[in-house]
Structures are given as structure tokens and as C-alpha cells.
Design a protein. Structure first.
Length: 214
């Protein structure tokens, strides 16, 4: 069993995990956690790594079910995110190829964060060619010995840059690599816009380092 949290344009590591099994469960019954990939992604622009954060309505208390978290539209975050992507990737080899399919995400107004993330994840699986069967948990899943559980380990706080991480990032072309060197484990959008159809090969190679599965 492979478990993932919900995520907003998740990092490459997330999709490497998804590609390592034919069936993936997304945790639908956890409590909301702040400062995670559930509400943010990271891209690489002219000034370095840039976080894009989805604002959510004020969360009262510590235990809010993830599916009850509402997106805050009092801020023009969709316009900001799209403009940031254009600025960062308009000169990348495959931005124009995928822009028409990605841009509508920033025009639709999903009420709940979970629904936005699920639609985004499905879209990224389609565009990269990753084809796991995405399922939602019907109750909170406790950690099990026979499960590959990435719900907490794929996190900005538990960085892929830390020693001891099983994930081995595969280098690929990045627009600003001459300025910053290769920056691993950015949003899947970074890989998609820079490598296009070759993104699938990068993801599959990373999948072997995570779960030791073909």
C-alpha cells in the first residue's frame, strides 16, 4: 500500500512515489497541517527558489479535517501564481506546449483545498504520463509495516537535501541552472516545463530510489 498526502503541484519526489506503484492512496481523512506541500509548491525563477502558497481561510483549533479546509479568495493568489509561472518558465522548452492545459487551474475557483489539489494531481499525472490508479482513503490510515507511507516524509520540513533521505534526485535541464546550479525536487511543473515528454523517464528513475520497484 502506498500512501500520499494531498499536495499542490507537488514536488518531483511525490510523483516518483506515485510512479512506483500501480495503485496510490491519497489520505483524505487526516487533519490539516500547516506549512506543508498541502498548500504550497516551489518553483525556480530568476531570483532563485520561489514558494507559491495557496491561502486558506482562517483555521480555528488544531484538528481540522483536510477536506473541510476552504481556499481564501480575498487574495488574488491565482493571478500571482500564474504570473510567477510565466516569469519563471516562459523561456523553458515546453512551457508553451503545456500552458493551455495548466492555465485553467488558475481560473477555476474550487471551494476546498482538497478538491483543488486532487484535480491538480490528476492533471499532472496525465501530462507526465504517470498512470497510477489514484484512490482516496475511506478512513484515516495508521502507519503499517507493509505500507510505503510518504504522508509526512515528503515535506519542506523534511527536506530531500537532508542526509539519510532515500530519494535520489535525477538532474535535468533547468532554465536558471547556469545561475543557481541544479536545484532538486522542485514542483513537478519545473520538470514538466523543462523536460516535457522526458519528464516520465526522470520520474521513473527517481521511483526506483524510493521504493525499489520498477
Amino acid at each position: 500500500m502506498l500512501l500520499l498526502s494531498t499536495a499542490y503541484f507537488a514536488p518531483v519526489q511525490y510523483f516518483c512515489a506515485a510512479a512506483s506503484d500501480r495503485q496510490v492512496f491519497i489520505e483524505a481523512h487526516e487533519n490539516y497541517l500547516k506549512q506543508t506541500y498541502r498548500t504550497r509548491c516551489e518553483i525556480l525563477g530568476a531570483n532563485g527558489v520561489q514558494p507559491l502558497v495557496v491561502p486558506v481561510e482562517r483555521v480555528h483549533g488544531e484538528k481540522i479535517p483536510i477536506r473541510d479546509v476552504r481556499i481564501d479568495y480575498t487574495q488574488a493568489w491565482q493571478r500571482t501564481h500564474w504570473r510567477s509561472l510565466v516569469a519563471a518558465y516562459s523561456s523553458s522548452p515546453f512551457f508553451m506546449h503545456y500552458a493551455d492545459e495548466v492555465e485553467p487551474v488558475f481560473r477555476r475557483r474550487e471551494t476546498f483545498l482538497f478538491d483543488l489539489n486532487l484535480n491538480v494531481t490528476r492533471l499532472m499525472c496525465d501530462l507526465t504520463g504517470i498512470c497510477p490508479r489514484l484512490l482516496l482513503t475511506d478512513a484515516y490510515q495508521k502507519a503499517a509495516d507493509n505500507a510505503f507511507d510518504f504522508r509526512l516524509s515528503i515535506s519542506p520540513k523534511n527536506s530531500h537535501r537532508q542526509r539519510g533521505s532515500a530519494f535520489v534526485a535525477t538532474e535535468y535541464y533547468q532554465v536558471f541552472s547556469k545561475k543557481f546550479g541544479f536545484v532538486p525536487n522542485l514542483s513537478i511543473l519545473d520538470l514538466l516545463f523543462n523536460e516535457g515528454p522526458e519528464a516520465l523517464a526522470v520520474v521513473k528513475k527517481g521511483a526506483r530510489s524510493l521504493c525499489c520497484k520498477p
